[in-house]
Design a protein around this ligand. Structure first.
Ligand code: G6P
Length: 621
């Protein structure tokens, strides 16, 4: 939630800031603003409500020249989405200007204290507290700290202020009297630095840096960076000055632009054959008929003694976890529990020493998932992350992990990250299975099926045209049911979530047989039921459930496997997907459901990539 950017160098700051904010817009899109320091050292702020394009127009009609600046795109937490609450915010008598991503929990107490000291608040945000607090720390410095770094006293004031704050922050700060420096800091909210030639960049994630530099630093919690055009100094609250590790940023501009597609969601749906290949690349061993992972950081003894697995996540990632439970229990016979991270973090379940905890998160920043993994770590469990965003908070927090390598996912509704999470979980099922019960032969068969999966997903993408027609037929419905069993129960949940998220139609995902215990009361001629009914051991059972809906006059949309003829006799609309092994059916059957929600949302005039009230990365509880 919220995205921040910063630039310091000799180029045009507003150009980088605007483009960077466009790339971060998925993090929040209710208002935006920039602060730019002009060549005479004067800081000017421009803010608008609404999307980044409004800010771009404001800057186009009244440009702010300068080669140092910070910017922000907001998802409101404290205070409505007004221009006054948009960032950047001033601290003190405009002594400093800052952008913030995160939440300050003790802001009310700090605000009262600062007000009693004479600070006047212009907004309803928690952020303004940080700005005034840093200003008050600067004001109090009688003999500013001086060392080789002429800006050390600024960093010292920031450090002192942050010590009084309880909450999370990613910060970018410019100073009225020191126009050649930006200070960045993070705790619990993501922040990266880009290292260029005579220029430095700040951003909430790597995407704004793409095309500007391929050198990236993932700032860690409690680090403060002091940036000038040609210098960079990082200190840690407890360790003093640290040497940041500069890593290679592997992405090109096509990863963060639409590349000819009308929406990021559509682009990402069509990227799935490739993202699945990337998730399995280098992770399948034909010789041992198993999967391989480089970063679990567990000894063979520890791996052998795992007797329970907890998968914790939120939203779509939770649906992937549910499929993971089915797969790991089936292949490896290890008991698995799937926990909503928001529940797990405040529960106190008995957890044995042989329990392994996986946090699954596309962004790696979801506050509840981060909270849950911290809680599990505190209790002494080995924690692992399955994340897409490299260097993200959850990836940093966990003891080890597996990256999805799906590339940036920008559409708020998750698509390619979901299938990549499911893929990584099937690799884990194979891995643990081969350590326990699965034969070499069974391992080989699973590997062969996995190798064939990307081409099957590519074929499933060909259903686009028929799905579009089905979307036109049902786009005015106000309720949908999504029904599937076993491996396709998570598919039903995910299909329903996709529709809700982007088209604002109420949809419920249910295990098909459970429908009789409630949702069947919703069935009428206006409520379409989407059945996921590929061949397999529950096929006949699902057929009976279809009959039950049919008998009550409910329209039926069915996702079937090639060669099926029975379902068409009952269903109103049928979409055929390629035949795959049963454990891979969720990968092909989710494709038409993603496309269905996309086309329905388009027909209803919804903003597919930026649905109302949602944000891609939920960094608040
Ligand atoms: C938000 C997003 C969802 C996502 C969920 C979990 O609600 O809108 O698309 O599934 O957060 O996000 P994560 O990054 O942890 O997978």
């Amino acid at each position: 939630m919220c995205g921040i950017v910063g630039y310091i160098g000799y180029g045009d700051a507003s150009e980088f800031l605007l483009e960077g904010l466009r790339r971060l817009e998925y993090r929040g899109y209710d208002s935006a603003g920039v602060a730019i320091i002009d060549p005479d050292g004067v800081v000017s702020v421009r803010k608008t409500t609404g999307r980044i394009e409004r800010l771009a127009s404001a800057l186009a009609s009244a440009p702010l020249p300068g080669s140092i600046g910070i910017g922000h795109t907001r998802w409101a937490t404290h205070g409505p989405a007004t221009e006054g609450n948009a960032h950047p915010h001033y601290g003190g008598d405009r002594l400093l200007t800052l952008c913030h991503n995160g939440v300050i929990e003790n802001f009310q107490a700090l605000k009262t204290k600062l007000e009693s000291e004479g600070y006047v608040f212009q907004s309803a945000t928690d952020t303004e507290v940080i700005a005034h607090l840093i200003s008050s720390c600067l004001d109090r410095q009688e003999s500013p700290v001086r060392d080789a770094d002429p800006h050390a006293h600024l960093a010292q004031a920031v450090k002192e202020a942050l010590e009084q704050i309880r909450g999370t922050y990613g910060l970018a700060i410019v100073f009225r009297d020191y126009p050649g420096v930006i200070i960045a800091a993070r705790l619990g909210s993501p922040l990266v630095l880009g290292v260029g030639t005579d220029e430095h960049f700040i951003a909430s994630d790597a995407s704004p840096l793409v095309g500007h530099t391929d050198k990236i630093i993932y700032l860690s919690d409690h680090q403060i960076a002091v940036l000038t055009a040609d210098s960079l100094r990082v200190t840690h609250r407890d360790h003093g000055r640290v040497q940041p590790s500069v890593e290679a940023l592997q992405a090109d501009t096509s990863d963060v632009t639409l590349n000819g597609y009308s929406h990021y969601m559509l682009k990402e749906i069509f990227e799935q054959p490739e993202s699945l290949k990337n998730a399995m690349r280098g992770r399948l061993s034909e010789d041992d008929a198993t999967a391989m992972f480089g970063g679990l950081n567990l000894t063979p003894q520890q791996l052998g003694s795992v007797d329970r697995i907890i998968l914790t996540a939120c939203g779509t990632s939770w649906h992937a976890a549910l499929l993971g439970e089915y797969l790991i229990e089936e292949f490896a016979r290890i008991p698995v529990e799937v926990e909503y991270a928001s529940e797990l973090r405040y529960r106190n379940p008995p957890v044995d020493p042989g329990t392994l905890v996986f946090a699954i998160s596309q962004s790696g920043e979801t506050a509840d998932t981060l909270g849950a993994i911290r809680e599990m770590k505190r209790k002494g469990h080995h924690t692992l992350a399955i994340c897409n965003v490299v260097g993200s908070s959850i990836a940093q927090e966990a003891d080890g992990g597996i990256y999805l390598h799906a590339g940036p996912e920008i559409g708020v509704a998750s698509t390619k990250a979901y299938t990549s999470q499911c893929l990584v979980l099937s690799l884990l099922a194979l891995y643990f299975g081969r350590m326990r019960h699965l034969s070499f032969d069974a391992g080989q068969r699973i590997i062969n099926s996995l190798h064939g999966l990307p081409s099957k997903v590519l074929a499933a993408l060909q259903t686009g045209e028929e799905v579009k027609q089905i979307a036109a037929k049902y786009c005015d419905a106000t309720n949908f049911l999504y029904l599937g069993r076993q491996y396709n129960f998570p598919t039903a949940l995910e299909g329903a979530l996709k529709l809700k998220e982007i088209s604002y139609i109420h949809a419920e995902g249910y295990p098909a047989a459970e429908m009789k215990h409630g949702p069947i009361a919703l069935v009428d001629e206006h409520t379409p039921s989407v059945f996921i009914v590929p061949h397999g051991f529950v096929y006949d059972k699902v057929m009976s459930n279809i009959e039950e809906v049919k008998a009550r006059g409910g329209p039926i949309i069915a996702i079937v496997e090639e060669g099926d003829t029975r379902v068409a006799e009952l269903a109103d609309d049928v979409v055929t997907v390629p035949s795959v092994d049963e454990f891979l059916q969720p990968f092909v059957s989710i494709i038409p459901l993603q496309l269905l929600s996309y086309h329905i949302a388009l027909l209803r005039g919804c903003d597919v990539d930026k649905p109302r009230n949602l944000a891609k990365s939920v960094t608040v509880e």
